[in-house]
Design a protein around this ligand. Structure first.
Ligand code: GTP
Ligand code: MG
Length: 198
């Protein structure tokens, strides 16, 4: 799929103030610093579209980006940033959960997983919560450039094997690097195929 246009539309903390439209939305969630905003920039080919930082906790709002005037990418705050105080963490959790549960336009959520790490409890619990709430999702492994091929596949397979203990069928999954753009076509083709099926 060719990205002809990518426009920032609005940021907010309230799902009720998100843009009113009937286009599909694809949102990115995952631990703080996993690479959600970088992935949006990589997919759209627009470097500064979503704000990124080496320090966790950069994205604190729901950010809507209109793509090809036909569908939206949504950048969400990260979960599980321990440095933050409890009240701020609870506020972020509410923003994220409200968007995920109360946004009819949300067509598929992508859960980003750092490909360098062993399966993390916080990610597995979050995915379990998605299942309990019947939220359609896919998995995107990030930062694939940081590992050699065999270590990468070892971690990816370990994560998928852990999921298999709970899920009869694995969700769609992708391996990406925002640095070298690997996985870009796979993710965009997947989005495109869903858009066509709607
Ligand atoms: P929050 O908004 O804080 O939740 O973080 P985020 O998930 O949006 O992460 P962000 O995109 O801001 O990236 C965090 C850091 O990881 C930045 O320093 C990025 O440059 C780096 N990063 C993101 N993706 C990749 C990748 O694919 N490869 C490498 N090497 N670094 C990456
Ligand atoms: Mg971010």
């Amino acid at each position: 799929m060719e990205i002809k246009s990518a426009e920032f539309i609005i940021s907010n903390t309230d799902v009720n103030k998100c843009p009113q439209h009937s286009m599909p939305e694809y949102a990115f969630i995952g631990r703080s610093n996993v690479g959600k905003s970088s992935l949006i920039n990589m997919l759209t080919g627009r470097k500064g579209l979503a704000m990124t930082s080496a320090t966790p906790g950069k994205t604190l709002l729901i950010n809507h980006f209109l793509i090809n005037k036909q569908w939206y990418l949504v950048d969400l705050p990260g979960y599980g940033y321990a440095q933050r105080g409890q009240s701020q963490r609870e506020k972020l959790t509410r923003i994220i959960n409200d968007y995920i549960l109360e946004r009819p336009q949300l067509t598929s959520l992508f859960v980003l997983i750092d490909s360098r790490l062993e399966p993390q409890k916080i990610d597995l619990e979050f995915i379990e919560w998605l299942g309990e709430n019947s939220v359609p999702f896919g998995i995107i492994f990030t930062k694939a450039d940081k590992l050699g091929r065999s270590r990468l596949m070892e971690n990816v397979n370990k994560f998928l094997d852990t999921l298999k203990e709970q899920w009869e069928e694995l969700p769609p999954h992708f391996i990406t690097s925002s640095l070298n753009k690997s996985g870009r076509d796979d993710v965009l083709d997947y989005i495109s195929s869903i858009n066509k099926s709607l």
